[in-house]
Design a protein around this ligand. Structure first.
Ligand code: PDD
Length: 280
């Protein structure tokens, strides 16, 4: 069960994989990515991730990419690695070319993938919940495109860790709550689950959409609408959603307890339903 990498058609052990220094992803952040999780040896929401990857490339005017070839390569790499519980990382850059801001001419994109084991979390944060801080959202205006330009996310996460917390929640200058540093966010307020609507200010999370779907199926009241930081502080429950994150309760924000300060029943019911889908 080796952890493997794929670089433009070659499969190698991760530690041997290298990319050229003039990869535009490396020099300009001119690259898009996806993270797919596997459960029981099956990649979950494979098609949905590739649809979003394709959209990200189109939004950034990448040259035409044969997405089916990349899908086949991902399956081959995943099968070779043979890891039941894995994170499959896929990154496509606009290519390798002498450094120049303008788009290079007719050159192929660079496709890089890795397959790594996902370690179980200890303590079990899904059950216990986590604490978070809020940080100002100073990201660019197209957070709906999954690009590798993640410096604000990296700084936010580290700020949270330095404050003894697990994660950070982005809040816009006008007080609107956006999402987590690598996850979407829901609150339970007055009996309704609320999450930020799909706009260019957040990533259209695949787990977010699954959770919305589960809510509909179970007839839980749910709304996609804006809410501010005071509503976040007053929420009965808060949870993050994401591919590796799944449904993760937030029990403290900026030092204040959320609801009764314990992981709540809505998050736990949604996590259970999500796990059922993941494993079906
Ligand atoms: N992050 N919002 C942001 C900013 C994210 O980076 C992610 C995922 C999500 C959740 O999306 P999804 O449910 O499709 O995973 C929301 C990935 C996992 C990462 O960067 O590692």
């Amino acid at each position: 069960m080796p952890e493997l990498a794929y670089v433009n058609g070659r499969i190698v052990p991760i530690e041997d994989a290298v990319v050229p220094v003039e990869d535009r992803g490396y020099q300009f952040g001119d690259a898009v990515y996806e993270v797919i999780a596997s459960y029981g040896g099956k990649m979950f929401c494979f098609e949905e991730h590739f649809t979003r990857l394709d959209r990200s490339m189109k939004e950034l005017f990448f040259p035409i990419v044969h997405i089916d070839q990349i899908k086949r390569a991902a399956i081959e790499l995943f099968t070779k690695a043979d890891i039941e519980r894995a994170a499959v990382y896929i990154q496509i850059s606009r290519g390798v070319s002498p450094r120049n801001h303008s788009f290079p001419g007719d050159i192929p994109v660079q496709v890089v993938m890795t397959v790594r084991k996902i370690a179980g979390k200890n303590p079990p944060i899904q059950e216990l919940g986590i604490s978070a801080i809020t940080v100002e959202d100073f990201r660019w205006g197209r957070c709906d495109i999954k690009t590798v330009q993640l410096l604000p996310n990296v700084l936010a996460k580290q700020k949270a860790l330095d404050a003894g917390c697990y994660d950070a929640i982005f809040v816009a200058k006008d007080g609107i709550v956006r999402e987590g540093s690598s996850s979407n966010l829901f609150i339970l307020s007055e009996g309704t689950l609320i999450t930020h609507p799909l706009t260019p200010d957040i990533l259209p999370g695949i787990t977010r959409s699954l959770v919305l779907d589960i809510c509909q199926e179970k007839e839980y009241p749910v709304r996609e609408r804006f809410f501010d930081k005071s509503k976040l502080y007053d929420a009965v429950e808060v949870f993050l959603t994401g591919t590796i994150t799944e449904v993760l309760p937030v029990i403290r924000i900026d030092g204040r307890p959320v609801g009764n300060g314990k992981a709540g029943p809505a998050a736990s019911a949604l996590q259970e339903s999500l796990l059922k889908r993941l494993k079906s």
